[in-house]
Ligand binder design. Structure first.
Ligand SMILES: Nc1ncnc2c1ncn2[C@@H]1O[C@H](COP(=O)(O)OP(=O)(O)OP(=O)(O)O)[C@@H](O)[C@H]1O
Ligand SMILES: [Mg+2]
Length: 303
């Protein structure tokens, strides 16, 4: 069971002077239980692709399947059911936060599912704790009084409060500080641990590679690379050529690779980068020692 796109293209405003080909012939699979990261330059089609996955947008051609069911032509009650199963957090959280207080906003979705009273209250508190918003501090705040980053967390809490099977997150860490980002990454990993399938869109490769099982790279509406995260990172120079900002430790490894081709680029965080550099230094040191021994020639007995 998974998400599958087959030769999907999407044209905005077809047949008008504003016609824009946002996606061209995308074929890919996002495996159930995985975290799939989607990256690409500004305007490459990342948000468009995400919105196809919960039926918010319909492809101009091609097919979208969720758990084997074709979803690109769904409407009415079937579409509502799909959105409960596949929840999307928008790139701009202010689009998603509506109710007066944080508690009410997060309760909206679960109430639609029929939850009431203590069960509803527990679900709201649980969702707030999951995203790092302590209920005692935030539940009665008005949404209008929150910062952009806090609104993003409220939108995420509202989404997970419905316990969807698929969670689609568009630039989830935009506007969050380092602590909130770390918290959010742990939360996404917990979702995966519970069997939720997560699709993440981000410009920020550093955060994305740390937690993604697979990566997709979009450029000008086309899928130019896809595969397990480490395999894609091994082609890091292509990411740079595509205008993707790679983590600073990856840029250092890429520079070293120009002089030392055996360096492994398939590392997903700074600790692994340090391990790789250490491995390289050790093997250089060993090579140097054996060369020195060769030059000093065979030693005489007793020397
Ligand atoms: N509602 C729309 N009407 C017309 N064109 C659109 C619309 N939304 C997006 N586009 C165009 O489709 C292309 C892909 O846009 P999309 O928002 O999917 O890119 P993105 O990769 O998410 O960009 P960003 O990194 O800036 O969020 C762009 O050329 C964009 O201008
Ligand atoms: Mg976008």
């Amino acid at each position: 069971m998974s998400i599958r796109l087959e030769e999907v293209s999407l044209i905005y405003h077809p047949g008008t002077p504003f016609q824009t080909a946002a996606l061209e012939c995308i074929t890919c699979t996002m495996t159930k239980g995985d975290i799939t990261g989607i990256t690409g330059p500004t305007g490459s089609g990342k948000s468009t692709l995400l919105q196809l996955l919960n039926g918010l947008l319909k492809p101009s051609s091609g097919q979208v399947f969720i758990d084997g069911e074709r979803i690109d032509q769904l409407g009415g009650e079937k579409l509502t059911q799909l959105r409960r199963k596949v929840a999307l957090a928008f790139q701009f959280p202010e689009k998603q936060v509506f109710e007066l207080t944080v508690r009410e906003d997060i309760a909206f979705g679960p109430r639609q599912l029929g939850l009431r009273g203590e069960e509803l209250e527990n679900r709201v508190c649980w969702a707030m704790e999951q995203v790092g918003l302590p209920p005692a501090r935030y539940a009665e705040r008005t949404c209008a009084s929150l910062s952009g980053g806090q609104k993003r967390l409220v939108a995420l809490a509202g989404m997970v409060a419905m316990r969807p099977d698929y969670v689609l997150l568009d630039e989830p860490w935009a506007g969050l500080d380092a602590v909130a980002r770390q918290h959010l990454k742990q939360f996404i990993l917990r979702l995966k641990g519970e069997g939720t399938t997560v699709v993440l869109v981000s410009h920020d490769l550093e955060d994305l590679v740390e937690i993604s099982d697979r990566l997709l790279l979009l450029k000008e509406g086309r899928l130019i690379m896809q595969g397990p995260t480490r395999t894609v990172l091994n082609h890091c120079s292509e990411l740079v050529a595509s205008g993707i900002e790679v983590p600073v430790w990856h840029r250092v490894l890429l520079e070293i690779k120009k002089r030392c081709p055996e360096i492994n680029l398939a590392v997903t965080d700074v600790e692994e980068a340090a391990d790789e550099l250490e491995r390289l230094l050790r093997s250089a040191h060993l090579r140097c020692r054996s060369r020195k021994q060769e030059h000093s020639g065979p030693r005489e007995n007793g020397a």
